[in-house]
Design a protein around this ligand. Structure first.
Ligand code: DX5
Ligand code: ZN
Length: 226
């Protein structure tokens, strides 16, 4: 099981492979390996939960073969419980499911842990963080979507700042070790204030992969203090 730090001194940075060049995937995997980034963020979309398709198990396996850092797998699919084992076998270290996609969220979280993976729950922008009250103590990560999931390169929703504050309170009140991950439209303009409010993990797709100096882009996200 991957180590998840309890105290995060610098942000954990997870480049989203959705923004990689799939024709040169191995080059982009090598870039993440060599960079200061911490995890690979793997976006799985089913065209039902979100209005887009991305890629599936074979691509996840292929990334795992070359990745020298943990795989943070974000399942944007309905009934994710059907695929947990398959993604664990395909190399997921951390599996995040959407609260909106799970009828039996508590059971699904336990299933992820029983597979030996870290367990995360993602919330769409409209979903209140209070809905996590009864599971927060069991979670390794909460992913706050700062865009409506489905596409890379969208504009960051500023309301996310308020959600980070409320989620941080919920985590502290419940003695939870969950990390707060921000996913969508993260860049060097919004990361510093999010980190100060309590965010721990930054997913970044477009910002990193479209940057003229990608190593520097990762560095700017890493080089923050509370
Ligand atoms: C959106 C995905 C994100 C996305 C982030 O549905 O979950 O992980 O790839 O990409 P950017 O950073 O470009 O918003
Ligand atoms: Zn994602």
């Amino acid at each position: 099981m991957i180590n998840i730090p309890f105290i995060v001194d610098n942000p954990i940075v997870a480049p989203s492979m959705l923004s990689a060049d799939f024709g040169y995937l191995q080059q982009d995997i090598a870039f993440v390996n060599q960079s200061e980034a911490d995890w690979f963020h793997i976006d799985i979309m089913d065209g039902v939960f979100v209005p887009n398709l991305s890629f599936g198990l074979p691509v996840c396996e292929a990334i795992k073969r070359h990745a020298q850092k943990p795989l943070d797998v974000h399942l944007m699919i309905v009934q994710p419980e059907r695929y947990l084992e398959a993604f664990q076998k395909a190399g997921a270290d951390l599996i995040t499911v959407h609260l909106e996609a799970c009828t039996h969220l508590h059971r699904t979280i336990q299933q992820i842990k029983d597979l030996g993976c870290r367990a995360g729950v993602a919330l769409n922008p409209h979903t209140n963080v209070g809905l996590l009250e009864d599971v927060i103590a069991d979670l390794d990560l909460v992913c706050l979507m700062s865009v409506n999931p489905g596409f890379g390169g969208q504009k960051y929703i500023t309301q996310t700042m308020e959600k980070v504050k409320r989620l941080k309170e919920l985590i502290l009140e419940n003695d939870s070790k969950a990390l707060i991950e921000i996913d969508g439209g993260v860049n060097d303009q919004n990361a510093a204030s999010l980190f100060k409010l309590g965010a721990d993990v930054f997913v970044a797709g477009n910002y990193v992969f479209q940057h003229p100096d990608r190593h520097h882009a990762v560095h700017l996200l890493k080089d923050l203090k509370r």
